[in-house]
Design a protein around this ligand. Sequence first.
Ligand code: UFG
Length: 331
Amino acid sequence: MSVLVLGGAGYIGSHMVKRLVEQNEDVVVIDNLVTGHRQAVDKQARFYKGDVRDRAFLDQVFQKESIDTVIHFAAFSIVPESMKDPLKYFDNNTGGVITLLEAMHANHVSRIVFSSTAATYGNPEHATIKETDIQAPINPYGESKLMMEKIMHWADIAYGIKFVALRYFNVAGAADDGSIGEDHHPETHLIPIVLQVAAGKRAELQIYGDDYATADGTNVRDYVHVTDLADAHILAMKYLQAGNNSNAFNLGSSTGFSVKQILEAARQATGKKIPAKIAARRPGDPDTLVAKSDKAREVLKWQPKYDDIHEIIKTAWNWTQKHPNGFEEEN
Ligand code: UFG
């Protein structure tokens, strides 16, 4: 039996595929290569180029392969873009999962682990967020993912498709060996942008707002290493394969860092000056997002290996230095 990774050529998906291959799983990848990179996909995985919204294509893959569990990353995930173009998010993320679940149901595949997000909580009620806290997104990206969670819930009740929703906080870092890492066009995420400045590819970091309700006025986020995140998916897959019920887990480090603290940590990790200036707020940004992720540790026995933000940044810096132009491929 095989594991199907949708969005396996993307940043998190490609690290997932690498970890699965390292654990001797037979891996099938689907990606439409709109934001993913063919080169990022481990050569031992069988690759199919296609879209999650294309039912006939999904059926072909399910019929050709023997899929036990689906791990679903294929989604758009940029908060400011979702504010400008919400329908793009509802179409691909929410619409995509409807087609995927229909195809799974028709092809008798009944387990799925998928990427949800801290953005489903909106401006959280508590300093650290528990899975049972109210989910009230303040941007269309978070809304599209919350809708995915709700659709999965009803698909479980009706068709018995069991799911694990993993609500990621801010994913960062790169594979230990520097072979794969984060490569978005355009890049919008804080750590890769800070490292582009460190590498001399950008003049300065723009800090989007310093008047938030946080200690230094800049947004606070909870950064989790991409390999630790991938490992949590493997545990979630095993949890479902053991016959457990559908569930949702936060994945974070439980420690918050402000934008200014990340900048300082990057200066230390790289030894570079990294110029920065304060800019206007970016729409859709909550003040603080920090996870309580005891549940994943207790139920899934998840033990993240990276607990130092400098080490996380160093893995991303290693990737940036080894691949100054990213994947540089022709899709
Ligand atoms: N930021 C800057 N300057 C930049 C880029 C980012 O100040 O050039 C700030 C942002 O305003 C934000 C913080 O850095 O406060 C982190 O921003 P990112 O764009 O790196 O990440 P987000 O917090 O917006 O979103 C990420 C993922 C989402 C996920 C969310 C969950 O992209 O998919 O984390 O916390 F939902």
